[in-house]
Design a protein around this ligand. Structure first.
Ligand code: NAP
Length: 309
């Protein structure tokens, strides 16, 4: 039987059409991959936040909406979406995030900037501590946070994880709840935020909780801009309470030209590139999930609408 897969993420069509067609065929599916379709004939929708599609009501036969993005905050509250929603969990996306987090952690840990930009040719032989002496708090221990925590642990950083539910991960102490957050932040010299944007995580790092950090702590935020209160972060940076903030995600993207993050001497802005969905790999992930559904198996990476992630 031929299934109809509606690719609603129009802007990404050129990148995805060939790999997705190939992946659907490799997964043993006979599929029509289309950019336009009679909604009542669509079996699956591939989605991205840029898609024009906002009303899912006419897609009466659709068995799942498959997001190209890991973060689903822009679709999860759509009241017309009654079909199962799957977020992107993909090896290449995870690899990208592990590289971004590891790279920026090592930059701050080793104090690389001091030597990369040294206009006066200062010779100050001040060796950094070892990774084992630099505690890291990983806020969010899902697909991405856990992979990053494992990579940093392999480099001997003492990582403490923090998540909504209690969690057990080999070799990584995991905390939860408000008391767990205070303990994780109070012990860290580097904090990485890999949480989804939900009503509960909005402004998670506000002035009160930023005050729990040790002076000089580095913050890396590749999660979502709304996790941190911008004004509280800037104030903590100005006071030297936070040593540096490396930020990949923002409340408004692109980050407006007049936003103080651009000009701040202890903020690094990266333009939401920490972990991009890679078409070849993501196409296989989507095709595999559709093949599961067609074989009567449960879909993977279903979003819990009540939790928002
Ligand atoms: N910058 C980029 O390029 C980029 C790329 C991809 C993703 N992202 C961001 O990264 C986020 C994480 O992705 P993921 O795949 O790792 O998601 P995930 O697997 O769903 O993991 C989310 C983690 O956050 C925790 N969490 C959620 N709400 C919480 C709360 N209220 N309090 C404490 N912990 C909470 C979850 O706790 P439990 O384990 O207890 O459920 C889980 O550990 C995405 O939502 C997206 O915003 C950014």
């Amino acid at each position: 039987m031929t299934i109809t897969v509606f690719f609603a993420a129009a802007a990404a069509w050129d990148d995805y059409a060939a790999p997705l067609r190939a992946a659907l065929a490799d997964a043993g599916l006979t599929a029509d991959l289309v950019q336009e379709a009679d909604p009542a004939a669509v079996d699956y929708i591939v989605y991205a936040p840029s898609a024009r599609l906002q009303d899912f009501t006419p897609y009466t036969r659709c068995k799942a909406v498959l997001s190209l993005w890991a973060g689903v905050e822009r679709i999860v509250g759509n009241a017309t979406l009654t079909q199962p929603l799957c977020r992107m969990v993909d090896p290449a996306l995870t690899e990208g995030m592990v590289e971004w987090v590891t790279g920026h952690t090592l930059r701050h840990h080793l104090g690389m900037d001091r030597h990369i930009v040294n206009p006066n040719h200062d010779w100050v032989p001040k060796p950094p501590p070892l990774a084992r002496e630099r505690p890291v708090a990983m806020l969010g221990m899902g697909e991405l946070g856990t992979a990053c925590a494992r990579a940093l642990t392999a480099l001997k950083f003492p990582v403490t994880g923090w998540s909504r539910k209690p969690k057990s991960v080999d070799g990584i102490p995991c905390l939860h709840g408000e008391a767990g957050l205070e303990a994780a932040l109070g012990n860290a010299q580097i904090v990485v935020t890999l949480l989804p944007r939900t009503p509960e995580t909005e402004n998670l790092l506000d002035a009160r909780r930023l005050a729990w950090l040790r002076p000089g702590t580095f913050i890396l935020n590749p999660g979502r801009g709304a996790l941190i209160d911008d004004a509280a972060l800037l104030s903590a940076l100005d006071r030297g309470h936070i040593g540096w903030a490396t930020l990949d995600v923002f409340r408004t993207e692109p980050l407006p030209a007049d936003h103080p993050f651009w000009a701040h001497p202890r903020v690094t802005v990266t333009p939401h590139i920490a972990a991009t969905t890679r078409p070849a790999s993501a196409a296989r992930t989507i095709a595999a999930n559709i093949a599961r559904a067609e074989a009567g198996q449960p879909l993977l990476h279903l979003v819990d609408r009540t939790l928002g992630y």
